[in-house]
Design a protein around this ligand. Structure first.
Ligand code: ADP
Ligand code: MG
Ligand code: MG
Length: 417
């Protein structure tokens, strides 16, 4: 058992661990008496400590063998730390300026030490709730997704290399199971984990569970999630997994990383931006109506897809034939290349809209809600936003084949009630 020597740390034990690692002592400088240790984890799963010393700082993240927000009654594999670190390093190779640097990984201890993203870095979700504009967000996220998704797919890799990677990441089975359960299954049935604004949304939830067209669409998305090993995904790319400043964007927390359909990452990010957009009416005040901010969010949704597809196609054009998917000898004219690219991008667009909708629905009626909605103190306003999100998500899920352009989606969102 690789984790035989696992020991859970806490604020007092962390310094002792670091003392045993000369490389880490060097980063902080001084001795443990000079270090400041603070636990800051606000996620659902793990413990995160910030360590500061006279010379430097870092973040130490440890997985415990259960789900943090539930407790020991919900066991969860320690191996997620291994996959998180492996993906972080791969992302570092493909998009180094958009992820924290990994300094150290201790497999038995399920513990990763990485670059501390110091203030003014904050979690994007919190910035969106506060109404802060991030001018480079769409560009950075498009860059991140285009590079990481393209270069881990068969557009860039041989089938030999790709299959080896797929086999490796099949090991992250428990995290995939968790996603299947909380995103694609439980929101559509009576499950103990589910919660929603009750009694306000009781009939909406009932209607969702009786909606055959929705269940048909979700079945398709779930099967694609489980069966399609298209690229190495981040796997949990919501606005709580992104830290930002005005000129920096860093993607953290890829512990759900695995080979799946590209649209799942794109949809996670866009679905969470749509939730942020819809929640703005709940945060508007007489001093700040949020109307300008809503326009920026709409633009960011549109720009993200637009820039992503442009950048993805640039990677493709520059690396045509380097992967085994479309051999140069077969796809040997520019017209033919354009034809397959168009077909590829339109399927990806459909997947993206479908997964965006699935991500939204589960945040309204499933186990884990979003602070964008939860922080709306007026219950009537909150419920109005939640119902609008649910209605728009259901529409997107069922009618997405009618959309061929992200601007049409933005227009529909703007007009939705
Ligand atoms: P979980 O897997 O439990 O969701 P996260 O990796 O999302 O854990 O981290 C939880 C919180 O810790 C983040 O929301 C962020 O506030 C903080 N955090 C995580 N990594 C860093 C980092 N590299 N620099 C600064 N803060 C971080
Ligand atoms: Mg997290
Ligand atoms: Mg996490």
């Amino acid at each position: 058992d690789i984790h035989a020597s696992f020991k859970p740390l806490d604020e007092t034990l962390v310094a002792g661990y670091v003392e045993s690692q000369p490389g880490l002592v060097t980063i902080l400088g001084g001795t443990s008496a000079d270090w400041n240790v603070k636990e800051v984890g606000d996620g659902n799963l793990n413990f995160v400590y910030i360590l500061t010393g006279p010379k430097g700082s870092f973040v130490l993240k440890q997985a415990l063998p259960y789900v943090r927000c539930v407790g020991e009654s919900w066991p969860m594999t320690l191996e997620r730390a291994y996959f998180e670190t492996t993906v972080l390093r791969e992302h570092g190779r493909l998009a180094s300026h958009l992820v924290p640097v990994v300094y150290h990984f201790d497999h038995p201890m399920a513990l990763t030490v990485m670059e501390y993203l110091a203030p003014p870095h904050i979690i994007l979700r919190k910035g969106l709730i506060a109404g802060t504009v991030y001018p480079l967000l769409a560009q950075h996220m498009a860059e991140f997704m285009a590079s990481t998704l393209f270069h881990t797919s068969l557009l860039a890799l041989s089938t030999m290399k790709h299959r080896k990677e797929v086999a490796h990441f099949c090991g992250n089975i428990e995290m995939c199971r968790l996603t299947e359960q909380v995103i694609f299954t439980e929101p559509y049935m009576d499950a103990a984990n589910n919660r929603w604004s009750s009694p306000h949304l009781d009939t909406d939830v009932q209607a969702l569970r009786e909606d055959s067209a929705i269940k048909l669409e979700i079945a398709g998305l779930k099967s694609k999630f489980c069966e399609r090993t298209q690229a190495l995904l981040h796997g949990d790319l919501h606005s709580g997994s992104i830290m930002v400043t005005q000129n920096s964007t860093k993607i953290i927390d890829p512990e759900f990383g695995f080979y799946g359909p590209m649209g799942f990452d794109l949809g996670a990010f866009l679905g969470n931006l749509i939730l942020a957009y819809i929640s703005q009416d709940g945060h508007a005040t007489s001093q700040d109506d949020r109307e300008g901010y809503k326009l920026w969010l709409l633009k960011t949704i549109g720009d993200t897809w637009q820039l992503f597809s442009e950048k993805f196609l640039v990677h493709w054009d520059q690396n045509w034939g380097s992967g085994d998917a479309y051999k140069k000898e077969v796809y040997n004219t520019k017209d033919l290349q354009l034809l397959v690219q168009k077909s590829f991008m339109s399927e990806l667009f459909q997947d993206t809209l479908g997964y965006a909708a699935a991500k939204m629905i589960r945040r309204i009626v499933g186990i884990a809600h979003v602070e964008d909605m939860e922080s709306i103190s007026d219950v009537e306003k909150k419920v109005t936003c939640e119902r609008r999100a649910l209605t728009f998500a259901k529409h997107l899920l069922k009618e997405r084949s009618k959309y061929s352009d992200i601007r049409q989606v933005c227009n529909a969102l703007q007009g939705s009630r």
